[in-house]
Design a protein around this ligand. Structure first.
Ligand code: CP3
Length: 342
């Protein structure tokens, strides 16, 4: 993430925890997703499951981008197969009163506790995360998941002051959450802007870039690398980089070589295997992973998918990808196993 030399390319997968793992589904039967996130022992266990199984180089905290909203008592639930649904969406200035600051120590000490349990339970680093304001705002404004975020984009145009005020509150929540995660031991953080791809570059620059820049500036004193990821953000890469992260996440639509040319060598890249390739047979998935490695910059590449693991993915394919990326990028190929004594 810092662009320093590595022994082999590090690998982790967005959404590596969760529905593709039978051991998660067994635990998940016990309760709702957000309820699981409030239980540190369970959330830590789910965070560690994919690390043990796949041998990835980092854990991603098991939580959700709407966790801070849930923790302050803003009516939100995650409906299976649907996503986050908001009881009373944000429509006007007065609605902002309901969006109070997130105080992790008071509202959800279990967040930091989960990070501590994972940090102590694993030898690989823990990545913390938060939703970026545009994406979280889109849930609050639309009332739930939407394909094109039409209401949100209309609000940005018709009431830019409300938009800015809303984003400031969400930025404060994201920073508070990430500070708590890093203080508890997260070694890097990722901002997920899953729906920012629906914005034009001009709109992003005018009404999202300033808030992203301020968030990343406020994270700087924590001293950990910051990853910025926007699904479908190929047309936004320069603007994602302009906000000042250490790493830009690329989805599968933008070749890493093209991103390298556009962003230059000063910033690391994360990605970008098409998650659909993990639904194919091993020879196809392997060839696709090789394609990513061949296209990646020589320095400052974190292997990942271009978006989250699909629930129907065979976990065996993910494990094989980790082994393959490690073997292919090892500076010193692993020595043959020592002959057994005696
Ligand atoms: O392994 C990991 O990556 C850590 C866990 C994680 C979850 N959500 C758990 C989860 C992470 C990083 C998130 C982030 C998140 N949540 C994002 C950004 C990443 C992305 O995918 O773009 C977004 C947009 C959300 C909102 C959200 N939460 C959606 C769209 C859904 C899917 C709803 C569904 O069931 O199809 C969720 C639910 C969710 N969050 C699940 C998990 C494991 C699946 C539901 C479950 O197990 O009940």
């Amino acid at each position: 993430m810092r662009g320093q030399p590595v022994e082999r390319t590090p690998v982790w997968f967005m959404r590596q925890a969760g529905r593709s793992l039978p051991e998660y589904r067994a635990l998940r039967r016990a309760g709702g997703l957000l309820e699981l996130c409030h239980d540190p022992a369970v959330a830590a266990e789910v965070t560690m499951q994919p690390v043990r199984r796949h041998g990835v180089d980092a854990a991603i905290l098991f939580s959700d981008i709407v966790f801070p909203l849930h923790a302050i008592g803003f009516g939100v639930e995650i409906r299976p197969g649907v996503g986050p649904v908001i009881e009373e969406p944000i429509r006007e200035q007065a609605d902002l009163e309901r969006l109070r600051p997130f105080e992790p120590d008071a509202d959800a000490p279990e967040l930091a506790e989960t990070v501590r349990l994972v940090r102590d339970g694993l030898s690989v680093p823990v990545i913390g995360f938060a939703g970026a304001p545009f994406t979280v705002a889109s849930y609050l404004v639309e009332g739930g998941p939407s394909k094109v975020q039409a209401r949100t984009r209309a609000l940005m145009l018709t009431d830019p002051d409300l938009w800015t005020a809303l984003c400031k509150r969400l930025a404060d929540q994201a920073v508070a959450s990430l500070e708590a995660q890093v203080r508890a031991g997260a070694a890097a953080v990722q901002l997920f802007d899953s729906w920012a791809g629906s914005l034009s570059a001009a709109r992003y620059e005018a009404q999202v870039l300033p808030i992203m820049t301020s968030i990343i500036e406020r994270l700087r004193p924590l001293g950990v690398p910051v990853v910025s990821f926007a699904l479908g953000g190929g047309h936004l890469l320069e603007l994602l980089a302009a906000a000042g992260p250490d790493v830009v996440g690329c989805d599968w639509r933008t070749p890493l070589s093209a991103a390298s040319v556009r962003l230059g060598p000063g910033i690391a890249l994360q990605g970008n295997l098409d998650p659909a390739a993990c639904l194919a047979t091993w020879p196809i998935a392997e060839a696709a992973a090789d394609g990513v490695l061949e296209d990646a910059p020589a320095r400052g590449h974190v292997f990942n998918l271009g978006h989250g693991v699909f629930p129907e993915t065979d976990p065996g394919i993910l494990t094989a990808i980790v082994e393959h990326v490690h073997a292919r990028t090892s500076v010193d190929p692993p020595a043959p196993a020592p002959a057994r004594a005696g």
